[in-house]
Ligand binder design. Structure first.
Ligand SMILES: *Cc1c(COP(=O)(O)O)cnc(C)c1O
Length: 408
């Protein structure tokens, strides 16, 4: 018999989203007339902007002609797309040969684990996007759940209302891999320049590498907030950025992302991280879809930038309506706290004295609205719900009316 990768035995059962779906299904079966609205998912809902959709359909049609056909593309991804990403998003910060095109940020986060030894220490925000830890469990860098929300090999960094959802960096061990997401999923908080300066300083002093997940950068509206870690001095020596067209342009189903690995970034033995990443991306991956990459190019031209701003503004408009509803007197008098600054698609909402799953059930039963329990993203998420602004406006407006009628 063939032996199993024991990393899989150390994973906890996929609990959060299947459990959300199950509770929704059971409620719907018991109440067939209920019109359930989902504010739970982190999936985009609005159509692709026309200029971007056309770039892809034109390219796809041309693939059916001799003149327009192409097979495998350039290593690292379409050169013109890498150049455009570098020029538009990282001017003076990174060059095209440091940009790698992929089929999405989640896939890059999974593949990146192959770069580091299985004895690497991790530091992650709590709450966090689950793939940072789960991917590390699969490759054996991290042990099993110790039953108290901990795991050998991981330092959890609580991000709470008390610390402004920015962790205590003194907890980070030397030579760690730091997963950091800003604007954050699920808290919606975008870290300030001072905070990111402190993070980079800490990484440089302690010999750490930061994996910076900037998948929601397009939602940042406060001009003082950095949109990439490479706006921070010193980041080129200690950070990798992972990014995506998913939330920027509605490419959750199209699939396109990129990573930036600066040439200065080195492992302990002095070898180049970029060089090994190039090896991973050309050995374990064979390029993103050429159709998707044409969509990426169109996303970052003048017309595409206008269109995607309008698309993201639409979701931000939803979030503003939800913030207003969740800040109503019915919520405020129950001590409910809405954390939302207008720079992300997620509202992070605290219900004092409640368990996340209990308040999830109440809002499902009394408002027929699906949310996401904060505790599913880590122990520091207990008592919170995440409300997602990805939805059609008319559904969000209806959800807001129902929330206004909720009595505690
Ligand atoms: C949605 C999301 C991504 C994007 O993943 P893709 O694979 O590019 O669709 C990355 N990071 C976080 C935190 C996300 O929520």
């Amino acid at each position: 018999m063939v032996s199993r990768n024991m990393g899989f035995a150390n994973l906890t059962a996929g609990y959060l989203f299947p459990e959300v779906a199950k509770r929704r299904r059971i409620y719907q079966e018991q109440h067939p007339d209920a019109k359930i609205i989902s504010l739970g998912i982190g999936n985009t809902t609005e159509p692709l902007p026309p200029h971007i959709a056309k770039a892809m359909s034109d390219y796809a049609a041309a693939l059916g002609t001799e003149a327009g056909y192409s097979g495998y593309g350039d290593e690292q991804g379409l050169t013109s797309l890498r150049e455009r990403i570098a020029a538009v998003l990282y001017p003076g910060m990174a060059s095209a040969d440091e940009v790698f095109i992929s089929d999405g940020a989640k896939c890059d986060i999974a593949r990146i684990q192959t770069l580091f030894g299985s004895d690497v220490e991790l530091a992650v925000q709590d709450p966090a996007y689950p793939v940072y830890v789960d991917g590390s469990v699969i490759v054996g860098a991290v042990g099993k759940d110790d039953g108290n929300g901990g795991r050998a090999g991981v330092t959890y960094l609580p991000c709470t209302a008390e610390n402004g959802f920015f962790p205590d960096l003194s907890k980070i061990k030397e030579n760690s891999l730091i997963y950091f997401c800003s604007p954050n999923n699920p808290t919606g908080v975008a870290s300030s320049r001072d905070q990111l300066n402190a993070l980079v300083d800490c990484a440089l002093k302690k010999g750490c590498i930061i994996i910076f997940d900037a998948a929601y950068y397009a939602f940042i509206r406060d001009p003082a907030l950095p949109k990439t870690i490479f706006e921070i001095d010193g980041a080129r020596k200690c950070a990798i950025e992972i990014n995506s067209f998913s939330k920027l342009a509605g490419f959750t189903g199209v699939r396109l992302g990129w990573s930036v690995v600066p040439s200065e970034l080195k492992f302990a033995d002095g070898s180049s991280v970029r060089q090994d990443w190039n090896r991973v991306m050309t050995t374990l991956f064979n390029g993103a879809s050429n159709i998707a990459q044409r969509g990426g190019l169109a996303t970052l031209d003048e017309e595409g930038i206008k269109e995607t701003k309008a698309l993201v503004d639409y979701y931000l408009g939803n979030a503003a309506l939800m913030k207003k509803a969740l800040s109503g007197s019915n919520f405020a008098s129950a001590g409910v706290k809405v954390y939302y600054t207008g720079d992300s698609p997620y509202l992070w909402v605290f219900f004092p004295g409640c368990k996340s799953w209990n308040i999830f059930d109440r809002i499902l039963e009394e408002c027929n609205i699906v949310t996401t329990p904060g505790s599913g993203f880590g122990p520091a998420g207990e008592g919170y719900l995440r409300f997602s602004s990805f939805g059609h406006r008319k559904d969000v407006e209806e959800a807001c009316r129902r929330l206004a009628d909720l009595r505690f």
